[in-house]
Ligand binder design. Sequence first.
Ligand code: ATP
Ligand code: MG
Length: 174
Amino acid sequence: MRIKRLKLSGFKSFVEPAELRIETGLTGVVGPNGCGKSNLLEAIRWVMGENSAKSLRGGGMEDVIFAGTAQRPSRDFAEVVLHAEDGEGEELEVVRRIERGAGSAYRVNGRDVRAKDVALVFADAATGAHSPALVSQGKIAAVIAAKPAERRQMLEEAAGIAGLHVRRKDAEQK
Ligand code: ATP
Ligand code: MG
């Protein structure tokens, strides 16, 4: 899977709609402290279904919505759109939107879907919110200190079999 474009609106410090094109090859994001580099990576994790507010450096899920500054009022929603190309070269558009008091809604290629459908899309592609391909600031030390079970999960993600666990959990609940 290759991420091609990212659109953010009201997500953390990205208050005005912003669109980023990610070309093939290596992309670097540079800027002064606090300009939003980590927020960008968090936007990618969030649209892929991240549901831990803590791992997004927030207290609750609504903390991803632009909170306002002395000059600017806060926003009522945050939205991230991710355009990607899957392993077969098919276009993929994933949208996640959160509104104050209304929780998150997801769309994949224009259709309303459940959070776990989004998790499956990325689990099968061995990417996703918890993929070891996304390394947050300070997480290298956490990888070194990981417990065996956590390390096994990383290996399973890398081997591309994490999707099977999501499906098994789903089947067990039925
Ligand atoms: P560093 O170089 O220090 O790692 P960075 O470029 O990674 O910095 P981020 O951590 O992405 O910076 O951005 C932090 C900024 O985002 C802070 O100024 C913080 O106030 C702002 N921010 C985070 N959440 C929100 C929110 N909900 N509303 C408004 N601003 C927010
Ligand atoms: Mg940072």
